[in-house]
Design a binder for this molecule. Sequence first.
Ligand code: HPA
Ligand code: ZN
Length: 351
Amino acid sequence: MTPSIPPIASAQLPTLLACMPKTELHLHIEGSLEPEMAFALAARNGITLPYADSQALRRAYDFGDLQSFLDLYYQGAGVLQTEQDFYDLARAYLAQAATNNVVHTEIFFDPQTHTARGVAIDTVIRGLARACADARRERGTSSALILCFLRHLSEREAFETLEAALPFRDQFIGVGLDSSELGHPPEKFARVFARCRELGLHIVAHAGEEGPPAYIWGALDILKAERIDHGVQAVNDAALMQRLAAERIPLTVCPLSNQKLQVFPDLSRHSLPALLDAGLCAMVNSDDPAYFGGYVNANFEAVFAATGMDASAAYQLAANSFEASFADASAKRRWSEQLQACFERAHDTRA
Ligand code: HPA
Ligand code: ZN
C-alpha cells in the first residue's frame, strides 16, 4: 500500500531531495576517484599523471560517449595500488554517501581493471571491505560490494576473475556487468552468470545505457538479472516497459551520467519521468560521481530542476530505492518509516 504523501510546497523540494533517506545502488567505486585524490595517490605511489594538476585533469572530463569516458576512467584507476589506496577511496565515497543521506549503498568494483596491472584481487577486496565495515561501525551506513565483470573482455577472463574472488565470497553479495556496452551483449556472459547464480550471488547488469532494448531483454532472460543498471532505453519498447512494470524489475538510473555521456540530447528530455509514469521501479544514482559532476543529491537536484518532477516523484524514487536494494525486509521497513517521517516534517515546517 502506498502511504499518503503530505502536500509539500515546491520551494521545499530541493531541501527535501537532499534530506530524504535513500539508497544508492549504482556507484562504481573507481568512478568516485576525485582528481585531488588521484594526484595524492599518484604522489604516494611514485606515479606521474599526464596532467599538470587536478584542475587540468578535471578539465579533461569532457565526454562524447561511454567509450571516451571509459578511456579516462581506466587511466585514472592506475593510481590505485595498495590496500590502503582502496580503503581511502571507499572511505571518501562512504563519507559523501552519509552527507547525501544515503542509508544503504551497494558498491560496484571492477577487479579486472586492477588485476590487469598486477594488483592482486585480495588487495582490492580487503581495502574496500574494511572501509565498508568501518563506515557501518562509525556512522551506521549500511553497505555491500558487487563485483563487476568487464564486458569488453572475454567470458573466460570473467570465469578466471570469479575463481580468484571466491576465497572472498563472503565479502560481496553479487555480480554485475559493465564497461563498453555496444558489441558486447549479455549473451556473451551466459555461462559465467549461470555459475554465479549457482553460487547464490545476486545478479545485476548494465543494459540499455547506449545499447538497444534487446540488451535489456537479454540481461533479463539470459543472465536472469534482478536489476538493470541504467535501462533508460526501455522507453523505446512498449512490451519491455510492460514487463519491467509488471515484474517490478528495478532500473538504477543515473541522470548526470546520461547527460555527460550524451545519452539524451538534454537532461530535460531524460526518460525518468516516463519510467515513473509507467509504474517502473526506477531510482536515482550517481554512477561515477567524480567524473560526472556530482554525488546522488546533485543527480536528484539536476533531474528535478530539468524535468519539473514534483514531491510525489521524490517520494516514489526514494521508496523505489529501498525496494530495489538487496537489504533485508526489516531494514527496508525502517527506511520507509524514516522517509514518511521526513515528508511529514517537511509538511509541518512549511512557511
Ligand atoms: N557504463 C558502463 N561501464 C561503466 C560505467 C557505465 O556507466 N561506469 C563505469 N563503468
Ligand atoms: Zn555504471
